[in-house]
Structures are given as structure tokens and as C-alpha cells.
Design a binder for this molecule. Sequence first.
Ligand SMILES: [Ca+2]
Ligand SMILES: [Ca+2]
Length: 408
Amino acid sequence: MVPETALSKNQTNTHTTVTPSIAFNTTTTAAPDIITQWLNKIPLPRWAIYAIAALIALVFVICLLCICVKCCCRGKRRKRKKEKDEQISLKSVSGATTAALVQPDVDDIDYGSAEKPKGRLLYSLEYNTQSTELTVGVKEAAELKAMDLGGTSDPYVKLYLLPNKSKVYETKVFRKTLNPVFNEQFKFQVPHSELNESTLVMQVYDFNRFSKHDIIGELRLQLSTVDWNHVIEEWKDLNEASKFEQENLGDICFSLRYVPTSSKLTVIILEAKNLKKMDTGGLSDPYVKVQLILDKKKWKKKKTTLKKQTLNPYFNESFTFEVSFNQIQKVQLVISVWDHDKMTKNEAIGKIFLGCDATGNQLRHWADMLSNPRRPVAQWHSLQSAEQVDSTLALKHTLKIPFANKNF
Ligand SMILES: [Ca+2]
Ligand SMILES: [Ca+2]
């Protein structure tokens, strides 16, 4: 440093015409020299120029900070939203749902495309010629197509025989998995004469609490092609579900609430949608019957008001029944949607039943109600054909069936 200052002093001495500032800068590079010259051309005091420069720099830094903060906030918000989504889906898992929460589960919104592979199903078949009993084992599924937003599905399997679709079974629902292990067995009575004409249908569905269940894929096995000398256990790729057989009768949403201390069962019929068209005008006149069956007898019955000319009726009608804790474990709740006709007999559009001996989605709703006493639990259900439900109920009551083929 010392020799440098000495040199600059020397230079100021030799070049007397130049200003001290220029003399100082000659010792450094040429660029600051240009800046100084340029600064000298501005008709403002030097302190003002520096102040303006500082101000511009400050504004620039503030802008930069703002952009950074905004980016960070967006990241945090996204993270918070993700956490919230997880909370919502966890809530649906716990089954603690109220009637006020009847809206699509975030994870239950479709996003799958039709072209993706559906997955595979491992099943077993066994036919006992003596008892004419067909045993179908639904073992497990693998690499199922994801139907929900979270990239998973809530699979269960529905199985029945054609052409006589008298009994429809469902496995338990497995939440948030694409590789469920069911390990359930189902028995069908099939006489020898019918075995070769029968087709076993196994459909894998994605359960959705607040919307229609989506079919993931299905298997159709013509039993005439099966070699019954061996126990069959094999994996098969699921196929696209055939559309023609899936008759859509409509969906119904209702909430169930049971208060053991006061022995009150409350059923709130909320709404129905996409009901089957029963009248020539392309609409229906729906109302809902709520019925309790106890010890194989019609026990209690109530019905909603009639909604004229609609396929998407909104009811929000509440019915309370007195059912003791002992009875709630044996009772069957039958919900049926009917089309009113002025001139002819009213026709059942569809039906479902719930209770401890129900299966699949209906059993799940019933169990949710029992495990959440005093809380209303709402859920959508797909209606089944009245004949099918009547037949299932009749099969459960092999003694006297005074109402087996009548409409409830
Ligand atoms: Ca689902
Ligand atoms: Ca009608």
C-alpha cells in the first residue's frame, strides 16, 4: 500500500492539470476511470448520484426478496394442502363420517384411463359332485389399476353366477391398496345339469364412500371349460367390464345413526341419483320405503314422500325406530326405491339390505354405524334388483318365508 500511495502522489505532482480524483484512479484499472468520467457528466452532486444508485439497489434487493418469499409460501401451501388431503382421507378410513360430510372424498375422484391394464386376480374353484356345491375362493389381486387420486384403489370383489344371478357375494373392502389379499370363500349351489351352462363372474370394484363404486375389471369363466378333476387355483388378467350386463338402477345416499342408550335407530334418506327410468316419459316418480325385518318377519315400515317426475330426488327425510341393543344385532334394514304409478301397480326400482348378515358395502355401513354410536354415518349405495335382494333374503330364511316374493 505504501509504495502505491507514494506513486500516486508522484503522479499528481507530474500531471498538475488533472483533478485529484482522476490522478487517484490512474493507479487502478481503466473501467472505474470511465465510470468516473461518466459520473462527472451528470449535472448532480456526487452524493446525490450515490444516493440514487443506493435507492435503485435497495429496490432491486426488495424485489428479489419478494420473489423468494412468494416461492417459499407457495411450496409451504402445497405441503399444507397435501397434509390436509391426508387428513381427509384418514377421516374416511376411520369411518367417523357425518351426514354433513356428504361430498366426494378427495381420494375417490377418478383419474384412471380405460387403456391401462386392470390387474390380475388369483382364485380357486372346486366342485363337490355329491353336495352339488361350487366353492369359489377369492384369494388375492395384484397390480390393480389405480382408480383414486392418491394412485391407489379400495378394492373388493363381487361374484355371482349367470344366467341365474340369484346370489351375489362380495368380499371385504381393502382400503388404499393395489395388491389386496382377500382369502375368502363363497359357496354356490349348482345342480349338475346347470353346471355346464353357468358362467362365473368375478368383478373387482373400487369402493368410494361418497360416490358410485367403479369397476376395475372382471373375469368371466364358463364353467363348461373347467376340468373339475383338479382343484383349480390360478392367476388371470382382469378384462374390461362388459357394459351390457351392468344395468344401472341408481344410487341412494342415506345416513344411519344408532343410540344404544335410548334404543333409537335413525335413518335419514338423503337423496338418490341416476334412478332407472320407469315411465314412458323417460322419468320416474320415486319414493323410498324403509323397512325393518326381525326374526324373519316384517317388523316396522315407513316411507318418504313422493317426488314426481325425477331421476334425482332429494328427500332429506328422517325416520326413527325403537330398536334395542339386543335387536340391533339381528335386525335387517331394507331400503327400497319405488316408482309410483297412478294407473298400475307401483314398481320397485331397486333395493338393498343392511344388517350384521349383509355383505360388502352394506355390511361396512352397518358396522360403521355400530362402531360410531350416536353419530350419523352417511354413505352412497348402488341399488340392486329387487328380485336379487328378495332372493338373498329368502335364502337366509329357509323356514317360513311369507314375504319371499312379495314387495316389502
Ligand atoms: Ca376409492
Ligand atoms: Ca311412475
